[in-house]
Design a protein around this ligand. Structure first.
Ligand code: FAD
Ligand code: UDP
Length: 370
């Protein structure tokens, strides 16, 4: 039988599988865990609250096409994510905006004056221009005072490295706003699948040409399989038996706690840059819109080792990545393998970027093979 093998039933694998099946390919997905969804997996906990197994997940994209594609498999709970940061004993809006500055410095500025205010903060700071690293990138936007309050210690805690060793790329994830827009993301399409990510992904995989085999590790059977092609979404270094050494990840210990009250905190996520050992606390009911007399929250404690949550964007790992990507591209050129997603491309992708990559790479493969 001719079939395509997809390794991993996260968003990347599910997207690729669906597109292949709709192009009339027989698809087998092997997933080493006992469930589908990968890092966007969610489930109802024993207290009846829908929680995200691997930490808070909010879907956001600028692309209508991508949103329309996923909307075939789910309705949405429309939600605009808001984050507060606990700084100087106050809960203030983050990313930094006009209201943050008002609360931190006790000055009321019109929106038109905020840019000038930040320019002065920057002018009073030293940094490399153009920015060479995360610290420079942030200080060049908001100055050192705000950097030290909001970014410096959070970044040390999260990455266990000096912000001057982290790539400037990471800073691009967080905007700075001159107005009063208190949302975390500015994308036009934002929300959560109404019945959860797992349900959405199960529907993506619900197709007569797709078979999902859970609890099945690709590496235990790869020599026995003869697919026309393998679409791989697991770790890039694992695929090549770590021939160039390990691509490192930061991990998290997630502590879930249920409280006998309707709400625990005043926003979906509260960041703690300077206090406590956790980086942030998530309260899922804000995001999912679920109603209950109980509430579940999740504390995130950064870890050096464990489940691969975050790629490490420092020089050593980026150089090593380039070696692996070179090997992966050689295989991709044969058409017998594709590497898709956050783990397989070793990129700090959001969910929409993973879906986008899966669509792009699978459609390109189909153009070559139909
Ligand atoms: P994964 O979801 O990791 O799927 C890969 C799958 O492959 C896994 O199921 C794995 O078990 C399986 N696999 C691996 N190796 C093998 C093997 N050998 N055999 C069989 N199966 C294998 N994105 C957003 O857009 N918004 C957010 O708010 C957001 N929050 C996040 C918060 C945290 C704490 C983290 C860690 C990530 C967050 N993300 C967020 C990113 C999001 O989780 C990822 O972009 C997305 O889930 C990656 O999908 P993927 O399919 O590439 O990989
Ligand atoms: N960051 C920070 N302070 C914050 C939030 C984020 O310094 O209050 C930095 C930190 O280095 C973090 C990065 O910005 O790792 C990206 O933040 P984001 O919220 O996008 O992280 P994720 O949701 O992927 O964990």
């Amino acid at each position: 039988m001719k079939y395509v093998l997809v390794v991993g039933a996260g968003l990347g694998g599910a997207t690729a599988a669906r597109i292949l099946a709709e192009a009339n390919y027989r698809v087998f997905i092997v997933e080493k865990l006992g469930y589908v969804g990968g890092h966007s997996h969610d489930e109802v906990n024993e207290d009846g609250i829908l929680v995200h197994t691997y930490g808070p997940h909010i879907f956001h994209t600028k692309s209508k096409d991508l949103f329309d594609f996923l909307s075939r498999f789910t309705q949405w709970h429309y939600y605009q994510h808001r984050v507060l940061s606990y700084v100087d004993g106050m809960y203030v809006p983050f990313p930094i905006n006009r209201d943050t500055i008002a609360q931190i410095f006790g000055i009321e500025l019109e929106s038109e004056m905020v840019e000038g205010f930040l320019k002065k903060e920057v002018a009073n700071s030293t940094f490399s221009n153009p920015p060479l690293n995360f610290e420079d990138a942030v200080v060049s936007q908001i100055g050192r005072r705000l950097y030290e309050k909001f970014y410096m210690n959070y970044t040390r805690k999260q990455w266990n490295m000096e912000p001057s060793k982290l790539s400037a790329e990471v800073a691009k994830r967080i905007p700075v706003r001159f107005n009063r827009d208190g949302r975390y993301f500015s994308d036009q399409y934002q929300g959560l699948p109404l019945y959860g990510y797992t349900k959405m992904i199960e529907r993506m995989l619900d197709h007569p040409k797709i078979s999902v085999i859970t609890n099945c590790d690709y590496f235990e059977l790869r020599s026995e399989l003869k697919p026309v092609s393998t679409f791989y979404t697991g770790r890039l270094d694992d695929f090549f038996d770590r021939m160039y050494g390990e691509l490192e990840y930061r991990s998290l210990r997630l502590e879930f706690k249920t409280y006998q009250k309707e709400f625990f905190q005043s926003a979906g996520v509260i960041n703690y840059p300077n206090d406590y050992d956790w980086t942030r606390i998530t309260e899922f009911k804000y995001m999912t819109g679920q109603r209950s007399d109980l509430t579940t929250v999740c504390y995130e404690y950064p870890l050096d080792k464990g489940e691969p949550y975050y790629i490490v964007m420092d020089e050593k790992n980026m150089q090593r990545r380039a070696l692996y990507v070179n090997e992966a591209e050689k295989l991709e050129n044969t058409g017998e393998f594709l590497f898709i997603g956050r783990l397989a491309e070793y990129r700090y992708y959001n969910m929409d970027e993973v879906v986008g990559r899966a669509i792009e790479k699978t459609e390109e493969w189909l153009r070559r093979h139909l």
